[in-house]
Design a protein around this ligand. Structure first.
Ligand code: ATP
Length: 349
């Protein structure tokens, strides 16, 4: 049995994970080998407003007993973003050493890209998830005076770079054999040249992979103009975050894309979530696109070793979208539940 901790979070988060769980239960119904047990935790911004913290003090300890974590979205306008991020998601990523943030983007059947000439779009961004620019090392001096200074250090370690770059090379080897390293070593003159150096060193171990480095600004433009020229892109915490948002947008809409926060060694649970946020503007209306959450659920099954069930979910999702049952953000008129029921029907049928 696989034990899954579920944190719906805020806004559309709880809605889309409920949907995702319905789909996961449906796929498990027809598969005796697939035994999933869900335990839900009401953590997030509402919890913060009542208790002064995003999750209980022993939250990480509680989650450590599970095989995987399934998350909706965290963040609400009345709670500063840095509080919601640094008190929930970042402690989970760091304590569970989820150093790979895997963000696939693919133009699913039945979905139109906002690009005029999308071609084949199938790019996975591998984002470093535990260090880099997302560091709490630094400080603020002379706050509130004209001399105010803010300093924040970026942390790039050889250990952190080698393992994420190796992961990306290995992944490219299972796909179309092309890896692009996102850099910015022309402007960021200490950490990024170090990234480039480690990238080149590791690339020597992978002679069968076509590897290149590209400045992140040019890379972002090329992802829009010529997405088919990419296979796997690896980047630091910040650059990977931004570039994966671009790939999500060009593959149709932000509501489509999933994300896995992986501890590849399996020493700790990995976390699966849609990449979109809590979308307060559409929360509670039943119109959110559940695709990202459902696809993230399929990635969770792959990770737990149920690859065939994961593929069945993505196939049912694509057939549903292709038939025209899709939410407003994709130009359709279906509500979230209609999309979900159509996917479940295909899984049962
Ligand atoms: P957060 O601060 O939690 O990231 P946000 O509102 O700033 O939240 P997102 O939630 O990622 O950022 O989304 C921005 C906009 O995209 C939303 O306001 C919403 O209109 C749209 N959107 C996001 N996710 C979905 C979805 N699943 N279905 C439909 N529209 C969505």
């Amino acid at each position: 049995m696989s034990r899954i901790a579920v944190v719906g979070g805020d806004g559309i988060g709880p809605e889309v994970v409920q949907t995702g769980m319905r789909v996961l239960r449906a796929v498990a119904e027809g598969d005796p080998a697939l035994d999933l047990e869900f335990t839900e935790f009401p953590w997030g911004c509402e919890y913060y407003l009542e208790n002064g913290r995003m999750m209980p003090e022993d939250g990480i300890e509680v989650l450590s007993g599970f095989d995987a974590l399934y998350l909706g979205a965290v963040g609400w306008p009345t709670v500063p973003d840095h509080v919601s991020l640094w008190q929930l998601l970042i402690p989970i990523r760091r304590n569970f050493d989820q150093y790979v943030n895997l963000r696939p983007a693919r133009l699913l059947r039945g979905v139109e890209s906002p690009l005029r000439k999308p071609g084949v779009l199938d790019v996975t961004v591998v984002r470093e998830n535990t260090e880099g620019e997302y560091s709490d090392s630094g400080g603020r001096l002379f706050a509130g005076t004209p001399r105010e200074v803010a300093i924040q250090d970026s942390v790039f370690t050889r250990h952190g770079l080698e393992r994420i770059i190796r992961y990306a090379f290995d992944l490219a080897g299972t796909r179309r054999g092309r890896l692009t390293g996102a850099t910015k070593s022309n402007g960021i003159s200490i950490t990024m040249p170090f990234f480039d150096e480690v990238f080149r060193e590791v690339s020597e171990e992978y002679s069968d992979i076509e590897a290149s480095l590209m400045h992140a600004d040019a890379l972002a433009a090329r992802l829009v103009l010529d997405p088919e020229s990419f296979d796997v892109v690896v980047g630091s915490n910040l650059l990977g975050d931004i570039l994966s948002e671009v790939t999500a947008a060009v593959s149709g809409a932000i509501g489509i894309a999933p994300s896995a926060n992986l501890n590849p060694e399996g020493d700790y649970p990995s976390l699966f979530e849609p990449i979109h946020g809590s979308a307060p503007d559409i929360a509670g209306k039943g119109v959110a696109n559940p695709t990202g959450a459902i696809w993230a659920g399929a990635m969770m099954l792959d990770h737990l070793g149920y690859d065939a069930a994961g593929r069945r979910i993505v196939e049912a999702l694509e057939t549903t979208l292709e038939s025209g049952t899709k939410t407003g953000d994709l130009g359709g008129s279906a509500k979230m539940d209609e999309v979900t029921e159509a996917v479940i029907e295909r899984l049962r049928g």
